[in-house]
Write a protein that binds this ligand. Structure first.
Ligand SMILES: [Ca+2]
Length: 509
Protein backbone atom coordinates (compact mmCIF):
# COMPACT_ATOMS: atom_id res chain seq x y z
CA UNK A 1 0.00 0.00 0.00
CA UNK A 2 1.28 3.41 -0.87
CA UNK A 3 1.90 5.83 1.97
CA UNK A 4 -0.63 8.59 2.46
CA UNK A 5 0.09 11.82 0.66
CA UNK A 6 1.81 14.48 2.68
CA UNK A 7 -0.09 17.68 3.27
CA UNK A 8 2.20 19.42 0.80
CA UNK A 9 4.07 17.81 -2.02
CA UNK A 10 7.28 19.10 -3.45
CA UNK A 11 6.76 21.63 -6.24
CA UNK A 12 6.12 20.18 -9.68
CA UNK A 13 8.47 20.66 -12.59
CA UNK A 14 8.27 23.92 -14.47
CA UNK A 15 4.67 24.68 -15.28
CA UNK A 16 4.76 25.28 -18.96
CA UNK A 17 1.39 24.01 -20.07
CA UNK A 18 0.41 27.55 -20.94
CA UNK A 19 3.20 29.66 -19.62
CA UNK A 20 5.78 29.45 -22.35
CA UNK A 21 3.78 28.86 -25.50
CA UNK A 22 5.69 30.49 -28.29
CA UNK A 23 4.48 32.17 -31.40
CA UNK A 24 3.70 30.15 -34.44
CA UNK A 25 6.38 30.57 -37.07
CA UNK A 26 5.21 32.62 -40.00
CA UNK A 27 6.57 30.18 -42.52
CA UNK A 28 7.11 26.49 -42.79
CA UNK A 29 10.48 25.79 -41.25
CA UNK A 30 10.53 22.09 -41.84
CA UNK A 31 10.33 19.84 -44.80
CA UNK A 32 7.03 18.22 -45.62
CA UNK A 33 6.65 15.06 -43.54
CA UNK A 34 7.53 11.90 -45.36
CA UNK A 35 5.64 8.66 -45.49
CA UNK A 36 6.36 5.02 -46.12
CA UNK A 37 6.78 4.28 -49.78
CA UNK A 38 7.37 7.89 -50.71
CA UNK A 39 10.56 9.57 -51.82
CA UNK A 40 11.48 10.30 -48.23
CA UNK A 41 15.08 11.13 -47.48
CA UNK A 42 17.15 8.49 -45.78
CA UNK A 43 17.09 10.42 -42.54
CA UNK A 44 13.31 10.73 -42.68
CA UNK A 45 12.89 7.10 -43.54
CA UNK A 46 15.01 6.15 -40.55
CA UNK A 47 12.90 8.40 -38.40
CA UNK A 48 9.78 6.67 -39.60
CA UNK A 49 11.11 3.21 -38.99
CA UNK A 50 12.09 2.30 -42.53
CA UNK A 51 15.24 0.14 -42.58
CA UNK A 52 18.33 2.13 -43.43
CA UNK A 53 22.02 2.07 -42.80
CA UNK A 54 21.81 3.01 -39.20
CA UNK A 55 20.35 6.23 -37.96
CA UNK A 56 21.81 8.99 -40.08
CA UNK A 57 22.46 12.11 -38.12
CA UNK A 58 21.90 15.67 -39.16
CA UNK A 59 24.96 17.26 -40.65
CA UNK A 60 25.98 14.24 -42.68
CA UNK A 61 27.82 15.24 -45.81
CA UNK A 62 26.16 14.99 -49.17
CA UNK A 63 28.95 12.69 -50.35
CA UNK A 64 28.50 10.33 -47.43
CA UNK A 65 24.76 10.36 -47.93
CA UNK A 66 25.15 9.62 -51.61
CA UNK A 67 27.49 6.74 -50.80
CA UNK A 68 25.07 5.37 -48.26
CA UNK A 69 22.25 5.52 -50.76
CA UNK A 70 24.40 3.85 -53.40
CA UNK A 71 25.46 1.14 -50.99
CA UNK A 72 21.90 0.53 -49.91
CA UNK A 73 20.79 -0.05 -53.47
CA UNK A 74 23.74 -1.92 -54.93
CA UNK A 75 25.92 -3.66 -52.37
CA UNK A 76 23.32 -4.94 -49.94
CA UNK A 77 20.36 -7.21 -50.38
CA UNK A 78 17.02 -5.48 -50.48
CA UNK A 79 15.79 -4.66 -47.02
CA UNK A 80 12.60 -6.24 -45.78
CA UNK A 81 9.66 -3.90 -45.35
CA UNK A 82 9.73 -2.17 -41.98
CA UNK A 83 7.42 -3.35 -39.28
CA UNK A 84 4.67 -0.80 -39.00
CA UNK A 85 4.46 0.66 -35.53
CA UNK A 86 1.81 -0.41 -33.08
CA UNK A 87 -0.41 2.42 -31.84
CA UNK A 88 -1.93 2.79 -28.39
CA UNK A 89 -4.23 5.73 -27.75
CA UNK A 90 -4.87 6.42 -24.07
CA UNK A 91 -7.74 8.89 -23.76
CA UNK A 92 -8.98 10.23 -20.45
CA UNK A 93 -12.49 11.63 -20.04
CA UNK A 94 -12.88 15.20 -18.77
CA UNK A 95 -9.33 15.28 -17.40
CA UNK A 96 -8.15 18.88 -17.16
CA UNK A 97 -5.14 20.30 -18.93
CA UNK A 98 -3.42 20.85 -15.57
CA UNK A 99 -4.37 17.59 -13.90
CA UNK A 100 -1.06 15.78 -14.31
CA UNK A 101 2.01 16.37 -12.19
CA UNK A 102 4.01 16.91 -15.38
CA UNK A 103 1.53 19.59 -16.44
CA UNK A 104 1.93 21.53 -13.24
CA UNK A 105 -0.60 20.14 -10.78
CA UNK A 106 0.66 20.93 -7.28
CA UNK A 107 -0.51 17.65 -5.73
CA UNK A 108 -1.34 15.02 -8.36
CA UNK A 109 0.69 11.80 -8.40
CA UNK A 110 0.96 10.64 -12.00
CA UNK A 111 4.42 9.05 -12.26
CA UNK A 112 3.57 6.76 -15.15
CA UNK A 113 2.03 9.47 -17.30
CA UNK A 114 4.92 11.70 -16.32
CA UNK A 115 7.29 8.99 -17.55
CA UNK A 116 5.56 9.13 -20.93
CA UNK A 117 6.26 12.86 -21.00
CA UNK A 118 9.86 12.30 -19.96
CA UNK A 119 10.39 9.62 -22.60
CA UNK A 120 8.40 11.41 -25.28
CA UNK A 121 7.23 14.80 -26.48
CA UNK A 122 4.49 17.04 -25.11
CA UNK A 123 2.69 19.32 -27.52
CA UNK A 124 1.31 22.16 -25.44
CA UNK A 125 -1.13 23.79 -27.84
CA UNK A 126 -3.26 20.70 -28.42
CA UNK A 127 -6.99 21.09 -28.95
CA UNK A 128 -10.10 19.02 -28.78
CA UNK A 129 -12.63 19.36 -31.60
CA UNK A 130 -15.45 19.84 -29.13
CA UNK A 131 -16.07 20.83 -25.56
CA UNK A 132 -17.96 17.63 -24.74
CA UNK A 133 -17.36 13.92 -25.15
CA UNK A 134 -18.91 12.82 -28.46
CA UNK A 135 -17.86 15.87 -30.52
CA UNK A 136 -14.28 15.45 -29.31
CA UNK A 137 -14.17 11.75 -30.19
CA UNK A 138 -15.78 12.42 -33.56
CA UNK A 139 -12.86 14.61 -34.60
CA UNK A 140 -10.35 11.98 -33.47
CA UNK A 141 -12.00 9.07 -35.27
CA UNK A 142 -12.94 10.80 -38.54
CA UNK A 143 -10.88 13.97 -38.92
CA UNK A 144 -14.12 15.84 -39.51
CA UNK A 145 -15.39 18.68 -37.35
CA UNK A 146 -18.44 17.47 -35.42
CA UNK A 147 -20.72 20.26 -36.70
CA UNK A 148 -20.46 18.74 -40.18
CA UNK A 149 -22.69 15.85 -39.07
CA UNK A 150 -26.44 16.52 -39.40
CA UNK A 151 -27.11 13.70 -36.95
CA UNK A 152 -25.25 13.70 -33.65
CA UNK A 153 -22.73 10.86 -34.04
CA UNK A 154 -23.52 9.34 -30.63
CA UNK A 155 -27.00 8.73 -32.05
CA UNK A 156 -26.33 8.23 -35.74
CA UNK A 157 -22.72 7.14 -35.99
CA UNK A 158 -20.31 8.42 -38.62
CA UNK A 159 -22.51 7.53 -41.62
CA UNK A 160 -20.38 7.30 -44.77
CA UNK A 161 -17.32 8.97 -43.22
CA UNK A 162 -14.30 6.74 -42.92
CA UNK A 163 -12.53 6.27 -39.60
CA UNK A 164 -8.89 5.87 -38.63
CA UNK A 165 -9.62 2.32 -37.50
CA UNK A 166 -11.09 1.36 -40.87
CA UNK A 167 -8.09 2.84 -42.65
CA UNK A 168 -5.59 1.01 -40.46
CA UNK A 169 -7.60 -2.21 -40.67
CA UNK A 170 -7.12 -2.01 -44.44
CA UNK A 171 -3.38 -1.73 -43.78
CA UNK A 172 -3.33 -5.01 -41.91
CA UNK A 173 -3.66 -3.66 -38.39
CA UNK A 174 -5.50 -5.56 -35.69
CA UNK A 175 -7.87 -2.97 -34.23
CA UNK A 176 -9.38 -2.73 -30.79
CA UNK A 177 -11.42 -0.32 -28.71
CA UNK A 178 -11.83 -0.66 -24.96
CA UNK A 179 -13.76 1.58 -22.63
CA UNK A 180 -15.99 4.53 -23.29
CA UNK A 181 -17.73 4.51 -26.66
CA UNK A 182 -20.14 7.42 -27.21
CA UNK A 183 -19.54 7.39 -30.98
CA UNK A 184 -22.57 5.66 -32.40
CA UNK A 185 -25.58 3.43 -31.87
CA UNK A 186 -23.83 0.17 -32.80
CA UNK A 187 -21.10 -1.12 -30.53
CA UNK A 188 -20.11 -4.52 -31.78
CA UNK A 189 -17.07 -5.97 -33.53
CA UNK A 190 -16.92 -4.85 -37.13
CA UNK A 191 -18.14 -1.32 -36.43
CA UNK A 192 -15.69 1.25 -37.82
CA UNK A 193 -13.30 -1.54 -38.76
CA UNK A 194 -12.80 -2.55 -35.14
CA UNK A 195 -11.99 -6.23 -34.60
CA UNK A 196 -12.52 -6.10 -30.86
CA UNK A 197 -14.71 -3.79 -28.81
CA UNK A 198 -14.69 -4.01 -25.05
CA UNK A 199 -17.02 -2.88 -22.35
CA UNK A 200 -18.69 0.43 -22.90
CA UNK A 201 -21.04 2.74 -21.10
CA UNK A 202 -23.23 -0.01 -19.72
CA UNK A 203 -20.25 -1.59 -17.99
CA UNK A 204 -18.73 1.62 -16.83
CA UNK A 205 -20.85 2.75 -13.98
CA UNK A 206 -21.55 1.28 -10.59
CA UNK A 207 -20.66 -2.27 -11.60
CA UNK A 208 -16.99 -1.42 -11.78
CA UNK A 209 -16.79 1.12 -9.03
CA UNK A 210 -16.03 -1.41 -6.34
CA UNK A 211 -12.62 -2.22 -7.83
CA UNK A 212 -9.92 -0.95 -5.50
CA UNK A 213 -7.65 -0.60 -8.54
CA UNK A 214 -9.97 2.12 -9.87
CA UNK A 215 -12.99 2.28 -12.13
CA UNK A 216 -10.97 2.01 -15.35
CA UNK A 217 -8.88 -0.99 -14.27
CA UNK A 218 -11.03 -3.47 -16.21
CA UNK A 219 -10.57 -1.39 -19.37
CA UNK A 220 -6.81 -1.58 -18.99
CA UNK A 221 -7.10 -5.33 -18.28
CA UNK A 222 -8.95 -5.81 -21.58
CA UNK A 223 -6.54 -3.61 -23.52
CA UNK A 224 -3.54 -5.49 -22.14
CA UNK A 225 -5.10 -8.83 -23.17
CA UNK A 226 -5.69 -7.43 -26.65
CA UNK A 227 -2.05 -6.33 -26.88
CA UNK A 228 -0.91 -9.77 -25.72
CA UNK A 229 -3.05 -11.46 -28.37
CA UNK A 230 -1.69 -9.21 -31.10
CA UNK A 231 1.88 -8.91 -29.90
CA UNK A 232 3.08 -9.91 -33.38
CA UNK A 233 1.61 -6.60 -34.57
CA UNK A 234 0.79 -4.31 -36.02
CA UNK A 235 -2.09 -3.30 -33.78
CA UNK A 236 -4.05 -0.15 -33.01
CA UNK A 237 -5.98 0.14 -29.79
CA UNK A 238 -8.13 2.84 -28.23
CA UNK A 239 -8.01 2.73 -24.44
CA UNK A 240 -10.69 5.23 -23.62
CA UNK A 241 -11.36 5.39 -19.90
CA UNK A 242 -14.05 7.08 -17.84
CA UNK A 243 -11.76 8.84 -15.39
CA UNK A 244 -12.27 11.69 -14.41
CA UNK A 245 -15.83 12.14 -15.72
CA UNK A 246 -18.62 12.80 -13.23
CA UNK A 247 -19.41 11.11 -10.89
CA UNK A 248 -16.02 10.98 -9.21
CA UNK A 249 -16.44 8.43 -6.46
CA UNK A 250 -13.39 6.18 -5.97
CA UNK A 251 -13.29 3.46 -3.34
CA UNK A 252 -12.28 4.22 0.23
CA UNK A 253 -9.01 2.32 -0.27
CA UNK A 254 -8.05 4.67 -3.09
CA UNK A 255 -9.10 7.80 -1.22
CA UNK A 256 -7.14 6.62 1.81
CA UNK A 257 -3.91 7.14 -0.12
CA UNK A 258 -4.67 10.86 0.05
CA UNK A 259 -5.65 11.05 3.69
CA UNK A 260 -3.09 13.70 4.57
CA UNK A 261 -3.97 16.18 1.87
CA UNK A 262 -5.13 19.69 2.69
CA UNK A 263 -5.83 22.12 -0.11
CA UNK A 264 -4.02 25.41 0.03
CA UNK A 265 -5.85 27.81 -2.30
CA UNK A 266 -2.62 29.65 -2.96
CA UNK A 267 -1.21 26.59 -4.71
CA UNK A 268 -3.65 27.21 -7.56
CA UNK A 269 -4.38 30.18 -9.81
CA UNK A 270 -7.58 32.17 -9.22
CA UNK A 271 -9.54 30.12 -11.72
CA UNK A 272 -9.66 27.25 -9.24
CA UNK A 273 -10.64 29.45 -6.32
CA UNK A 274 -14.10 29.83 -7.84
CA UNK A 275 -14.57 26.07 -7.72
CA UNK A 276 -13.34 25.91 -4.15
CA UNK A 277 -15.64 28.71 -3.07
CA UNK A 278 -18.67 27.14 -4.72
CA UNK A 279 -18.10 23.90 -2.85
CA UNK A 280 -17.50 25.63 0.47
CA UNK A 281 -20.54 27.87 0.12
CA UNK A 282 -22.67 24.80 -0.52
CA UNK A 283 -21.38 23.18 2.66
CA UNK A 284 -18.88 20.89 0.95
CA UNK A 285 -15.37 19.93 1.98
CA UNK A 286 -12.75 20.96 -0.58
CA UNK A 287 -10.08 18.78 1.01
CA UNK A 288 -12.30 15.72 0.75
CA UNK A 289 -13.36 16.59 -2.80
CA UNK A 290 -9.74 17.02 -3.91
CA UNK A 291 -8.67 13.76 -2.27
CA UNK A 292 -11.38 11.90 -4.16
CA UNK A 293 -10.56 13.56 -7.46
CA UNK A 294 -6.84 12.90 -7.15
CA UNK A 295 -7.46 9.31 -6.07
CA UNK A 296 -9.49 8.83 -9.25
CA UNK A 297 -6.69 10.30 -11.38
CA UNK A 298 -4.04 8.27 -9.54
CA UNK A 299 -5.91 5.06 -10.33
CA UNK A 300 -5.85 6.03 -14.01
CA UNK A 301 -2.10 6.48 -13.75
CA UNK A 302 -1.83 3.05 -12.12
CA UNK A 303 -3.62 1.52 -15.10
CA UNK A 304 -1.30 3.31 -17.52
CA UNK A 305 1.66 2.00 -15.52
CA UNK A 306 0.44 -1.59 -15.76
CA UNK A 307 -0.02 -1.26 -19.52
CA UNK A 308 3.39 0.30 -20.09
CA UNK A 309 5.08 -2.35 -17.96
CA UNK A 310 3.41 -5.14 -19.92
CA UNK A 311 4.46 -3.46 -23.15
CA UNK A 312 8.06 -3.59 -21.94
CA UNK A 313 7.75 -7.23 -20.89
CA UNK A 314 6.46 -8.13 -24.34
CA UNK A 315 9.38 -6.33 -25.97
CA UNK A 316 7.05 -3.91 -27.71
CA UNK A 317 8.25 -0.64 -26.25
CA UNK A 318 10.44 0.36 -29.20
CA UNK A 319 7.99 -0.19 -32.02
CA UNK A 320 4.90 1.18 -30.33
CA UNK A 321 3.55 4.71 -30.45
CA UNK A 322 1.80 5.61 -27.21
CA UNK A 323 -0.27 8.77 -27.08
CA UNK A 324 -2.07 10.18 -24.06
CA UNK A 325 -4.71 12.89 -24.13
CA UNK A 326 -8.08 13.88 -22.72
CA UNK A 327 -11.27 14.31 -24.73
CA UNK A 328 -11.77 17.87 -23.49
CA UNK A 329 -11.20 20.08 -20.48
CA UNK A 330 -12.28 19.39 -16.93
CA UNK A 331 -15.89 19.79 -15.92
CA UNK A 332 -17.17 22.69 -13.89
CA UNK A 333 -18.61 22.05 -10.46
CA UNK A 334 -21.94 23.52 -11.53
CA UNK A 335 -22.33 21.61 -14.78
CA UNK A 336 -25.32 19.40 -15.35
CA UNK A 337 -28.73 19.30 -13.72
CA UNK A 338 -27.84 17.50 -10.55
CA UNK A 339 -26.75 20.49 -8.53
CA UNK A 340 -23.24 21.15 -7.40
CA UNK A 341 -20.74 18.38 -8.05
CA UNK A 342 -18.39 18.63 -5.12
CA UNK A 343 -15.81 16.19 -6.45
CA UNK A 344 -15.26 17.83 -9.84
CA UNK A 345 -11.90 19.22 -8.83
CA UNK A 346 -10.38 19.02 -12.32
CA UNK A 347 -7.76 21.67 -12.99
CA UNK A 348 -7.58 23.29 -16.44
CA UNK A 349 -4.56 25.43 -15.71
CA UNK A 350 -4.60 29.23 -15.51
CA UNK A 351 -7.27 29.68 -18.17
CA UNK A 352 -10.97 30.39 -18.44
CA UNK A 353 -13.78 27.90 -18.63
CA UNK A 354 -14.02 24.16 -18.78
CA UNK A 355 -16.16 21.43 -20.29
CA UNK A 356 -19.23 22.72 -22.19
CA UNK A 357 -17.40 25.94 -23.04
CA UNK A 358 -15.11 26.91 -25.90
CA UNK A 359 -12.78 28.87 -23.68
CA UNK A 360 -9.29 27.40 -23.59
CA UNK A 361 -10.23 25.50 -20.43
CA UNK A 362 -12.83 23.62 -22.42
CA UNK A 363 -10.87 22.70 -25.52
CA UNK A 364 -7.15 22.70 -24.61
CA UNK A 365 -5.97 19.22 -23.69
CA UNK A 366 -2.77 17.46 -22.70
CA UNK A 367 -0.99 15.72 -25.57
CA UNK A 368 1.91 13.35 -24.95
CA UNK A 369 3.42 11.12 -27.62
CA UNK A 370 6.12 8.50 -27.04
CA UNK A 371 7.84 6.50 -29.75
CA UNK A 372 11.38 5.58 -28.71
CA UNK A 373 14.02 6.43 -31.28
CA UNK A 374 11.57 8.42 -33.40
CA UNK A 375 9.83 10.98 -31.21
CA UNK A 376 12.35 13.04 -29.22
CA UNK A 377 12.43 12.24 -25.52
CA UNK A 378 11.88 14.92 -22.91
CA UNK A 379 10.89 17.51 -25.46
CA UNK A 380 8.23 20.17 -25.10
CA UNK A 381 6.74 21.65 -28.24
CA UNK A 382 5.14 24.96 -27.29
CA UNK A 383 4.70 26.25 -30.83
CA UNK A 384 2.78 23.65 -32.80
CA UNK A 385 -0.99 24.01 -32.83
CA UNK A 386 -2.59 20.60 -33.22
CA UNK A 387 -6.08 19.18 -32.92
CA UNK A 388 -7.99 15.93 -32.64
CA UNK A 389 -8.77 16.20 -36.36
CA UNK A 390 -5.05 15.72 -37.04
CA UNK A 391 -4.96 12.26 -35.45
CA UNK A 392 -6.15 10.42 -38.58
CA UNK A 393 -3.98 12.15 -41.19
CA UNK A 394 -0.92 12.01 -38.93
CA UNK A 395 -1.23 8.29 -38.35
CA UNK A 396 -1.90 7.75 -42.05
CA UNK A 397 1.34 9.54 -42.88
CA UNK A 398 3.31 7.51 -40.36
CA UNK A 399 1.87 4.17 -41.49
CA UNK A 400 2.00 4.92 -45.21
CA UNK A 401 -1.77 4.90 -45.60
CA UNK A 402 -2.84 6.83 -48.65
CA UNK A 403 -5.65 9.31 -48.19
CA UNK A 404 -6.91 12.32 -50.06
CA UNK A 405 -5.98 15.13 -47.67
CA UNK A 406 -8.77 17.36 -49.00
CA UNK A 407 -11.38 14.92 -47.67
CA UNK A 408 -10.42 15.67 -44.08
CA UNK A 409 -10.52 18.69 -41.78
CA UNK A 410 -7.21 17.87 -40.11
CA UNK A 411 -3.69 17.66 -41.42
CA UNK A 412 -0.55 15.60 -41.04
CA UNK A 413 1.38 16.77 -37.98
CA UNK A 414 3.91 13.94 -37.92
CA UNK A 415 6.83 16.31 -38.46
CA UNK A 416 6.07 17.93 -35.10
CA UNK A 417 5.80 14.52 -33.44
CA UNK A 418 9.16 13.51 -34.92
CA UNK A 419 10.83 16.72 -33.82
CA UNK A 420 11.51 18.02 -37.32
CA UNK A 421 10.15 21.44 -36.38
CA UNK A 422 6.97 23.11 -35.24
CA UNK A 423 3.86 22.31 -37.19
CA UNK A 424 2.43 25.27 -39.08
CA UNK A 425 -1.22 24.84 -39.92
CA UNK A 426 -2.50 25.20 -43.44
CA UNK A 427 -6.08 24.58 -42.29
CA UNK A 428 -7.64 26.59 -39.45
CA UNK A 429 -9.28 25.00 -36.43
CA UNK A 430 -13.02 25.55 -36.25
CA UNK A 431 -15.59 24.89 -33.55
CA UNK A 432 -19.35 24.95 -33.39
CA UNK A 433 -21.86 22.86 -31.50
CA UNK A 434 -24.47 21.00 -33.55
CA UNK A 435 -27.12 23.66 -33.38
CA UNK A 436 -27.86 26.17 -36.15
CA UNK A 437 -27.85 29.08 -33.71
CA UNK A 438 -24.70 28.35 -31.79
CA UNK A 439 -21.53 30.45 -31.70
CA UNK A 440 -18.74 29.60 -34.09
CA UNK A 441 -15.02 29.93 -33.43
CA UNK A 442 -11.79 29.84 -35.37
CA UNK A 443 -8.14 29.49 -34.34
CA UNK A 444 -5.63 30.59 -36.93
CA UNK A 445 -2.06 31.57 -36.12
CA UNK A 446 -2.06 33.10 -32.65
CA UNK A 447 -5.65 34.31 -33.02
CA UNK A 448 -8.91 32.93 -31.75
CA UNK A 449 -12.08 34.63 -32.92
CA UNK A 450 -15.45 34.02 -31.30
CA UNK A 451 -18.33 34.84 -33.62
CA UNK A 452 -21.51 35.00 -31.60
CA UNK A 453 -25.04 34.57 -32.84
CA UNK A 454 -27.62 37.30 -32.52
CA UNK A 455 -29.60 35.01 -30.26
CA UNK A 456 -27.29 34.88 -27.30
CA UNK A 457 -26.25 38.49 -27.23
CA UNK A 458 -22.59 37.59 -26.67
CA UNK A 459 -19.93 39.87 -28.02
CA UNK A 460 -17.62 39.37 -30.95
CA UNK A 461 -14.24 38.56 -29.49
CA UNK A 462 -10.67 38.23 -30.68
CA UNK A 463 -7.92 36.85 -28.47
CA UNK A 464 -4.20 36.48 -28.95
CA UNK A 465 -3.95 33.01 -27.49
CA UNK A 466 -0.17 32.87 -27.56
CA UNK A 467 0.23 35.96 -25.41
CA UNK A 468 -3.11 35.82 -23.65
CA UNK A 469 -4.08 32.18 -23.13
CA UNK A 470 -6.42 33.21 -20.32
CA UNK A 471 -8.49 35.16 -22.89
CA UNK A 472 -8.63 38.31 -20.81
CA UNK A 473 -8.16 40.93 -23.50
CA UNK A 474 -10.66 41.26 -26.32
CA UNK A 475 -8.70 42.80 -29.18
CA UNK A 476 -11.58 43.36 -31.61
CA UNK A 477 -11.19 47.12 -31.70
CA UNK A 478 -7.40 46.93 -31.98
CA UNK A 479 -7.27 44.56 -34.97
CA UNK A 480 -10.30 45.18 -37.20
CA UNK A 481 -8.49 43.76 -40.22
CA UNK A 482 -7.92 40.42 -38.52
CA UNK A 483 -11.49 40.39 -37.24
CA UNK A 484 -12.76 40.95 -40.76
CA UNK A 485 -10.58 38.24 -42.26
CA UNK A 486 -11.33 35.60 -39.63
CA UNK A 487 -15.05 36.48 -39.52
CA UNK A 488 -15.25 35.88 -43.26
CA UNK A 489 -13.47 32.53 -42.93
CA UNK A 490 -15.63 31.24 -40.14
CA UNK A 491 -18.81 32.50 -41.86
CA UNK A 492 -17.81 30.71 -45.05
CA UNK A 493 -17.35 27.52 -43.06
CA UNK A 494 -20.69 27.88 -41.28
CA UNK A 495 -22.36 28.30 -44.69
CA UNK A 496 -21.17 24.79 -45.62
CA UNK A 497 -22.66 23.17 -42.49
CA UNK A 498 -26.05 21.49 -42.22
CA UNK A 499 -28.89 23.98 -42.03
CA UNK A 500 -30.65 21.85 -39.47
CA UNK A 501 -29.65 19.10 -37.07
CA UNK A 502 -31.52 16.02 -35.92
CA UNK A 503 -32.38 16.68 -32.31
CA UNK A 504 -30.56 14.73 -29.65
CA UNK A 505 -31.36 14.33 -25.98
CA UNK A 506 -27.71 13.62 -25.18
CA UNK A 507 -26.90 15.91 -22.24
CA UNK A 508 -23.29 15.96 -23.34
CA UNK A 509 -23.84 17.44 -26.78
CA1 LIG B 1 -15.54 14.00 -21.86
Amino acid sequence: MKPAAPARISPPPATDFFGTAGTEPSHREHRAPKVFGSVASVADRCALGVPCLGRIKHGISALTLAFALLASTTALPAAAPAAKPNIIFLLADDLGGGDLHSYGHPYARTPNLDSLARDGTRILQAYSTGSTCCPARTGLMTSKFPATYPTYPANGGFAERITITELLKQQGYATGHFGKWHIGPVQQPGTYGLDSIGSGEEESGNKKRGDDRGRDAHIYDDAIKFIERHRGGPFYVNVWGHISHHPVNPTDALVQRWSGLKVNDGDFPPQMHGKFNEVRQAGGDVDDAMRRYLADVESLDDGVGRLLKRLDQLGLRENTIVVFSSDQGADMTKAGNGGLRFNQMGFNGPVRGGKHTHWEGGVRVPWIVRWPGHVPAGRTDAQSVISGVDWLPTLCAITGTNINAADFDGEDTSAAWLGHGPHVRTKPLLWKTSSPGSDSLIREGPWKLVRPTRKNGAELALYDIVNDPAEKNNLVSKHPDIVKKLSAKVAAWVATLPKSYVKTDDPDR
